[in-house]
Design a protein around this ligand. Sequence first.
Ligand SMILES: Nc1nc2c(c(=O)[nH]1)N[C@H]1C(S)=C(S)[C@@H](COP(=O)(O)O)O[C@H]1N2
Ligand SMILES: [Mo]
Length: 217
Amino acid sequence: MSKIIPPGQIQTEKWPILHQGDVYSFDQETWHFKIFGEVEEEVTLSFDQVMELPKSISTVDMHCVTTWSKFDTTFEGIRFSEFLKLVKIKPDVKYVKLYGYLDGDWFGYSANLPLDALYGDDALFVYRWKDEKHDWKDITPKHGYPLRFIPPASFYLWKGSKWASGIEFLTEDEAGFWEQRGYSMTADPFTEDRFADEDYKPSGFNQRWKQEENNED
Ligand SMILES: Nc1nc2c(c(=O)[nH]1)N[C@H]1C(S)=C(S)[C@@H](COP(=O)(O)O)O[C@H]1N2
Ligand SMILES: [Mo]
């Protein structure tokens, strides 16, 4: 919520759209959310079970690695910590992987995060949002309906899986979808920690965000 623009970022008023693969089409019959990995007993939740969990509201900044930052979006959702309460994690768990649907694959998208960064109000699985220009509305399918993760602003936004599908608890850090493709494991916008290797930059990287901004629906 700080109005501090991280190095190399440009403020956008719009909320751009960016993802790999198809837009997931929600089907309440087949949609499930799985909590697994280093836990005593894994849990699979239906959509209704997820929506019965306690809700909270948080205003956060989003920093995309393609250089746009959107400030002060207010989200309604379910804290990561509410899901954590549903399982007993093994004592040496230090990391998580947050999953999302990708082209029909239940666990096709993923991003890794350290567990200790996710206890606050700013680590939310969200389904509704508002900002200065918009009143409350549901997250659109392109932004991750029916549920998507928004990471704390101390991580680039690719750590926020759209079409959220599960949480895996891990004792060792493990690369997710973009981390396997050269992006940073730690992803701190305030130190421009974009890529694992500083010399690596995907082609067309600097041009991409303009197109994304025009993508807003
Ligand atoms: N399932 C899924 N989640 C995803 C992605 C994706 O390709 N698939 N892309 C990530 C990236 S790189 C970004 S910047 C944000 C973009 O979220 P937005 O389109 O709502 O702005 O979603 C993240 N979550
Ligand atoms: Mo991104």
